[in-house]
Every structure is written in C-alpha cells, then in structure tokens.
Ligand binder design. Structure first.
Ligand code: AMP
Length: 122
C-alpha cells in the first residue's frame, strides 16, 4: 500500500510564519510590504537582526530567478537596518540548509554587528 503523500515543505508552520501572521510578538526594527526585520531572540552580537521576506521561501537554494528583485530588496533592507542601528561595519549571513546551520526554514538574512567579527566563521 502506498504511503500517504507528505505535505510540501512550507514556511507557514515555522516560527517566522507565526511572527508574520502576528500570532507571536517580535522586536520589530523595520517593515514594508515585502519584508519584516526584527531582533534575533538569541543575539550573537550587540546588534543581531533578522530580515525575512513576507513570501514564504524555505531556503536560499529554493529561490528562483523570479525572486531576484526580492532577494536584492532583502539585502538593501539589511544595509538600511545596519545604518539605522548605527553600525559602521556589519556582516550579513544566510544559512541555507541544516548542514549550514539553518534552523528556521523560512529564508532569512542575519545582520550582525557591534563587535569585532572574526573570519573565517565557525
Ligand atoms: P538560522 O539558524 O540561520 O536558521 O537562524 C534562525 C535564527 O532565528 C536564530 O538565530 C534564532 O535565535 C532566531 N529565532 C528563533 N526564534 C525566534 C523568535 N521567536 N524571534 C526572534 N528570533 C528567533
């Protein structure tokens, strides 16, 4: 007997989906029609903000050419947030896949700064 079909991966069930729907609160720093930016609940630096698209994209390698304007917008918002936070240098990180450390499967850009940042990252 065939197994029931698994539901398609969806960000609707992630914690970020719930934040976007207003079901749980966030410490918002920026919002527009395409994205939302809020402080990470477990900051890795004095400034640690997440920029997430309103459109549910699971991970970077599931984005297609049609998402190019949105992906560019997320980076411009990341830079805007960094300026807003008074950062003169900052790092943007997109973890794509569990192996790379992605734990929430709704695409997000980390904006990290406010302390010296070592390279290479861990
Ligand atoms: P990643 O490991 O790249 O998927 O990043 C997910 C990030 O989401 C982690 O840095 C978490 O600390 C952060 N995070 C998880 N839940 C929340 C939440 N409710 N509000 C803010 N940040 C969160």
């Amino acid at each position: 007997m065939a197994l029931p079909e698994q539901p398609a991966a969806s960000t609707a069930d992630t914690i970020f989906g719930r934040i976007l729907r207003g079901e749980i609160p966030c410490d918002q720093v920026y919002a527009d029609e395409h994205c939302l930016a809020f402080r990470d609940v477990a900051p890795q630096a004095p400034v640690h903000v997440l920029v997430i698209p309103r459109e549910p994209i699971v991970r970077l390698d599931e984005a297609g050419p049609e998402h190019a304007p949105l992906l560019g917008h997320l980076l411009l918002v990341a830079a805007r947030v960094a300026r807003q936070e008074g950062l003169t240098g900052f790092r943007t990180v997109i973890n794509s896949g569990a192996e790379a450390g992605q734990s929430v499967f709704h695409l997000h850009v980390h904006v990290i700064g406010g302390r010296p940042l070592a390279w290479p990252p861990g």
